[in-house]
Design a binder for this molecule. Sequence first.
Ligand code: ADP
Ligand code: ASP
Ligand code: MG
Length: 411
Amino acid sequence: MALIVQKFGGTSVGSIERIEQVAEKVQKFRENGDDIVVVVSAMSGETNRLIGLAKQISEQPVPRELDVMVSTGEQVTIALLAMALIKRGVPAVSYTGNQVRILTDSSFTKARILQIDDQKLRADLKAGRVVVVAGFQGVDEHGNITTLGRGGSDTTGVALAAALKADECQIYTDVDGVYTTDPRVVPKAQRLDKITFEEMLEMASLGSKVLQIRSVEFAGKYNVPLRVLHSFQEGPGTLITTDEEESMEQPIISGIAFNRDEAKLTIRGVPDNPGVAFKILGPISAANIEVDMIVQNIAHDNTTDFTFTVHRNDYLSAMRVLENTAREIGAREVIGDTDIAKVSIVGVGMRSHAGVASRMFEALAKEGINIQMISTSEIKVSVVIEEKYLELAVRALHTAFELDAPARQGE
Ligand code: ADP
Ligand code: ASP
Ligand code: MG
């Protein structure tokens, strides 16, 4: 008998019919003799709807109150799913994050899980109940409701699996696994049987929203066997694994990730003195703005240009901070661009192959796509390009690295 944590995402619980289907699925696992903990998201669109309501009151809602509100989405689906299970004769009980006591820090809207009390859950499982837990939410030490950041139900699922030492954490969603890139953008994308934690972590942090980054971090840290599957289609899905050897047989590049959420800022004509990078980025980090890519040009005329990217939501605040800095340090000008996108190729195979970056640049050059910034790590190469070329770039790279699915007959 296995203990399995199953997480169902927003589209999988997006209507009463779907919730009934999920209940049927859980019932089958239960009848197989497995112990099941289910984590659910809010119905698709609900979290956005709730945020929209808050924004009608204030452009920047108070984070604590925002969390009180957005956490309600998941409270509805846990109760509906528990009802659907009980209707089928499956004993079930639903809990909010607070009721379980999923203890987090107090960073509202992006809280981190610190500890999970597994007592209640274990007692319910022992009594033969399916436990249905609200994803995306927790409680801080003062009893405030917190949420874990968008897509956070994945993390709830993995964290519960870690706390309960579950045999597997299954992430059920609207695709049948992790693909070489977002199948909505590249129809020829292929499902991967396996991907390493390291690669999945890069893919997630570079924009592939199929799994929340934190959930992959957690799974890697606590060695939780993690699988992404389709909610309503049979199939093996994708296993996230530590097993690098087998993945090495795959192509050099495992996947392509992209991100439209960044913006670029450049400060020009900066006097080239020691400490200048700190003078520019110190105030940005003091304003709690995270910086992603950074490029500093070689100095000429004793001045240099300095470019970096931030999340698009932080663009205006970063611009205000940078304009202040420019005045203080006597830089020539500050310019910015929000019409950018970042495209990244990811693969552990890169470690043992030379020329991967140049192959990437060649593919982009062939399409006439200009590269504005580049950054590399051991297993990824990222470029910033004009946003309007994003889809073209992803498709071109997918083909160049031989990731396209073979054409089916008649195509
Ligand atoms: P859920 O609501 O179930 O959490 P998400 O929308 O968060 O679902 O994640 C699933 C979506 O992730 C897919 O519909 C797909 O468009 C997108 N996606 C992005 N990159 C990938 C990828 N490499 N493989 C699979 N899906 C991806
Ligand atoms: N409902 C939350 C969101 O939309 C959490 C999740 O779906 O994972 O971000
Ligand atoms: Mg998700």
